[in-house]
Design a binder for this molecule. Structure first.
Ligand code: F6R
Length: 245
């Protein structure tokens, strides 16, 4: 596991975007696993800048980590709308190649199976992750056991409170989500976890230097051969300066 720390989120985003560009230019049909939430926004803005400077996403397939159950694509709080707004509207991606779980599917189990089939056909070259304050990745919440594949999850109270900043209040935050499972995330050839801000410092420390535990889903990244944590100083404040595990 590599850890890179930067003075500012903006500098971290430039570094991460360069790693993403490397994958895009080296592969003929690159597959990116993407995240939503506050954390990847600066990365996406940087990628949009790279696109304006000539980087094409025309051959890129994207597979997002998760989506709220019950929010339609055109709901501004859906992760589908987020991706459209924060990235897809401003790059040349073929939207037929941009995959997202459908949180409005009538049969959610069938929807999870459909998503797993997409993941089988398109092995992820580079997975972008954020991290929850409780150590979740995707919406794999701390639990006694973790699921391997795409599944429906009941969001923890902590996650609903944290995500209520995007809604009018907590009562508007859906109680369930569809998320890729831990094994699907760990199958990615290369993983970049982004974390910014002091409120992520505990989760980052547990993920990088704690025991591997289902109580901290991100700690399983220690078992992956090719992971880079890209942090700002605040998120890295509880780990040593030369943290390479
Ligand atoms: C979102 C996702 C989540 C977020 C995490 C951090 O697709 O998978 O794991 O990365 O909840 O969210 P932010 O970035 O809003 O702090």
């Amino acid at each position: 596991m590599r850890v890179r720390r930067f003075c500012t989120e903006a500098m971290a985003a430039v570094y991460a975007a360069t790693l993403v560009e490397n994958v895009i230019v080296q592969k003929t049909s690159p597959v990116l696993g993407l995240a939503t939430g506050a954390t990847p926004k600066t990365l996406y803005r940087q990628l949009i800048d790279f696109h304006r400077q000539g980087l094409s996403f025309a051959q890129v397939t994207t597979i997002n980590l998760d989506e709220y159950v019950g929010l339609a694509k055109d709901n501004p709080n859906s992760y589908s709308a987020f991706m459209q707004r924060e990235l897809y509207d401003q790059i040349d991606i073929d939207l037929d190649h941009a995959h997202m779980p459908d949180g409005t599917a009538v049969d959610l189990e069938q929807e999870c199976a459909r998503y797993d089939a997409i993941l089988e056909v398109h092995p992820i070259d580079l997975q972008i992750l954020g991290i929850g304050r409780n150590g979740h990745i995707g919406f794999n919440e701390p639990d006694a056991s973790l699921r391997r594949r795409t599944h429906v999850v009941t969001l923890s109270d902590e996650t609903r409170v944290a995500n209520s900043r995007f809604f009018e209040d907590k009562s508007g935050v859906p109680r369930q989500a569809i998320t890729m499972g831990l094994e699907s995330i760990l199958r990615a050839k290369f993983i970049i976890l982004l974390a910014f801000g002091r409120e992520k410092a505990h989760a980052v420390r547990s993920a990088v230097a704690g025991d591997i535990s289902t109580k901290v889903p991100a700690s399983f990244l220690q078992m992956h051969p090719n992971v880079t944590f890209v942090l700002d100083d605040a998120a890295a404040s509880l780990i040593g300066r030369n943290a390479t595990v």
